[in-house]
Design a protein around this ligand. Structure first.
Ligand code: NDP
Ligand code: PYC
Length: 330
């Protein structure tokens, strides 16, 4: 499919489920961007999850997000029960202005429905010359290191850094061994998962995607990923007055909808942070990237940028069975 065809399909499905036009535009763009960049766990497959979530009544389809400045350099967007994407769009200008004025600023999105990859947000900020950090809890699907019962979400952390020439340095990953969406994609096609991604309901390591979805997912890097997942729970949960992943799952009440709650985004101006007006620091950062790439290692996002180029030129390949399931939503 061409990217225009993907966008058209996404918009038609979201509209069909009653989502208001401004939300349709914002949500469809992140889905198209993920499919375009080869991030298939958050590409068009997500339209199936959106349809289920919209049909469940868990999303306020015409929510009008409300932006307020809660303290110097601290902005809050109350998403009013709608998807996070439009709330981010509406909070972005104030976040950027605050970061450029004071060196560092934060944006808390509250009361939103969240299903998306976070890299589109930190990449936007890095393209505006800012370093950026974003994180959000999800549903309690992941067991703590040493345990077997789900406590925290897949809790992604994304980071962006502006480069002097070329696209920003960006990484974005779940603090679980892999995003839940990736296990769901394995489950769809009956493909086994590697040991280390999940436990079955008896707490035993499993290669069955279905058993891991029913049991518990595992954190990446043992106790390290587990601790980072707790950090995300705290920063994008209680700190901003919003839900933990356990609270989000309880609020979902078995509807299998996308997570509810908040997201924290921090933007830092690498030029203004120390009160000096020079991009000297950015220049020095380039040596770090060079030390990685000159030995043949790749930077996070390099694959994504290459996929983007290919998709813009040639379009994307969607598995036929997935395409059929998407068309059946209409
Ligand atoms: P991965 O484990 O695939 O990790 C992705 C990140 O690691 C990317 O930045 C990727 O860059 C980079 N990377 C992968 N391989 C390499 C390598 N060999 N060298 C250098 N960098 C590498 O992703 P996850 O499954 O953990 O997460 C996928 C998505 O799911 C994320 O976008 C995340 O935001 C989203 N998510 C959203 C949630 C939500 O609640 N909203 C919850 C959980 C996840 P590249 O892209 O270039 O390959
Ligand atoms: O893939 O883990 C995931 C996920 C959770 C919410 C959105 N994506």
């Amino acid at each position: 499919m061409s990217l225009d065809q993907v966008r058209d399909l996404a918009r038609r499905i979201l509209s069909h489920y009653g989502l208001a036009p401004d939300h349709v535009a914002a949500v469809a763009e992140t889905i198209v961007a993920s499919e375009r960049d080869g991030c298939t766990s958050h590409g068009v497959y997500r339209l199936i999850v959106c349809a289920r979530t919209l049909a469940s009544g868990n999303v306020v389809r015409d929510a009008v997000p409300e932006v307020s400045n809660t303290a110097r350099s601290m902005t809050r967007v109350d998403a009013k029960g709608g998807y996070a994407q439009l709330a981010f769009e509406m909070g972005l200008p104030t976040l950027v202005e605050n970061a450029k004025q004071t060196g560092i600023a934060a944006l808390a999105i509250n009361n939103c429905v969240h299903f998306a990859a976070l890299w589109p947000e930190v990449e936007r900020l890095a393209n505006l010359g800012l370093a950026a950090l974003a994180c959000t809890p999800s549903h309690a699907w992941v067991a703590p290191a040493g345990g077997t019962k789900p406590v925290f979400g897949t809790n992604p952390i994304a980071f962006g850094w502006p480069r002097l020439d070329g696209p920003p340095f960006v990484f974005d990953f779940a603090t679980s061994a892999v995003a839940r969406g990736e296990i769901e994609l394995h489950h769809r096609v009956g493909k086994p998962i590697p040991i280390g991604w999940g436990l079955d309901t008896d707490g035993r390591p499993t290669t069955s995607a279905g058993d891991a979805l029913a049991g518990a997912m595992l954190a990446f890097g043992g106790h390290k990923g587990s601790a980072l997942a707790v950090m995300v729970e705290l920063l994008a949960g209680p700190l901003i007055g919003d839900m933990t992943s356990a609270e989000s799952l309880a609020a979902d009440a078995g509807r299998k909808s996308s997570p509810l709650g908040g997201e924290l985004i921090v933007a830092i101006d690498p030029v203004g942070f120390l009160g000096v007006s020079t991009n000297h620091h950015i220049r020095r950062a380039e040596a770090l990237f060079e030390a990685i790439t000159t030995q043949g290692a790749r930077l996070p996002s390099q694959r994504r940028y290459e996929s983007r180029k290919r998709s813009v030129a040639d379009g994307v390949l969607i598995p036929r069975s997935l395409h059929q399931d998407l068309v059946a939503l209409l």
